[in-house]
Design a binder for this molecule. Structure first.
Ligand code: ADP
Length: 272
């Protein structure tokens, strides 16, 4: 009881090292858990507050506040997007990575998105530098900091996946989802990421068949759609660029004729 195993987690379809788990991050025996801290970085001071910062400081014990105070000596605030590492004291993990997520009031800006991304990147970098192999994240900024959950989930999944691709030393990253709404948002972000990866692979395969002169009837249909030829639009030069060819409307026209995608010989650019 109270012990979470990998069998309880849902792996990402694009990298099984990234997993989703619903539960309380303070219960996890892992190399490092991430705390969504505030910029004072001394722990939440509101008694019985429901934030993750309060849960982590409560269960780690007062020594954690003392270490945070030492780390923050001479520094009033921790900049948003940065991260610091401490020991974990009474918690079953080895380290705590403290990061300050962006606070959202009004519309999300590109700067907010970049700061949230850097929270994930900086925590993972600190984990690697400190010999951690397993890292567990909460959904940073989506509680009282009000980052819209769906967007935050997409950013988290994208950043973690990108980091894992270059860092084999990290063997498992668990996204800890505290409630079912958060769990659903992260599951949707993983599904969207897989759909995007499949779309990219399908296009690569299509380009390869064009290069090899091996387009199928299905390819012709999808190329017509991609190029909007069926709607009488001029074929794009993107296709040529992706094939590494000189991108001019004439070349695009000639290629589509050759592939049998464009079957009428009428000049599609009469205004030229
Ligand atoms: P922020 O200020 O970054 O928004 P919050 O603590 O308000 O931080 O919430 C961040 C996320 O952490 C929310 O999804 C919240 O439900 C979740 N959370 C709160 N307590 C825990 C916990 N013990 N374990 C895991 N996640 C938690």
């Amino acid at each position: 009881a109270g012990v979470a195993t990998l069998a309880d987690t849902t792996p990402s379809p694009t990298d099984p090292r990234l997993r989703l788990w619903r539960g309380d991050i303070t219960t996890l025996a892992t190399d490092a858990i991430v705390n969504a801290a505030n910029s004072q970085m001394l722990g939440c001071f509101v008694p019985c507050h429901g934030c993750i910062d309060n849960a982590i400081h409560t269960y780690a014990g007062v020594q954690l506040r003392l270490e945070c105070a030492r780390l923050m000596t001479g520094q009033e605030e921790e900049p948003t997007g940065n991260a610091k590492i401490t020991k974990a004291y009474n918690l079953p993990c080895r380290y705590i990575l403290h990061t300050v997520g962006p606070i959202i009031s009004g519309a999300v800006t590109q700067a907010n998105r970049e700061l949230l991304a850097s929270c994930y990147r900086n925590c993972l970098r600190l984990a690697s530098e400190n010999g951690c192999h397993t890292v567990d994240f909460p959904s940073i900024s989506t509680g009282i900091y009000h980052f819209p959950l769906d967007q935050a989930a997409q950013i988290a999944v994208r950043e973690i996946t990108a980091y894992l691709a270059d860092h084999p030393e990290i063997t498992r990253v668990r996204m800890v989802c505290f409630d079912s709404r958060t769990r659903a948002a992260y599951a949707a972000a993983l599904a969207a990421q897989r759909a995007k990866a499949e779309e990219k692979a399908a296009r690569e395969a299509l380009l390869e068949r064009i290069r090899n002169g091996a387009v199928t009837p299905d390819d012709r249909t999808s190329l017509r759609e991609i190029e909007q030829v069926a709607f009488g639009k001029a074929p794009s030069s993107k296709l040529l660029r992706d094939l590494g060819m000189e991108a001019t409307p004439e070349k695009a026209h000639a290629l589509l004729l050759k592939l049998g995608v464009w079957d009428n010989q009428v000049d599609p650019w009469p205004a030229r």
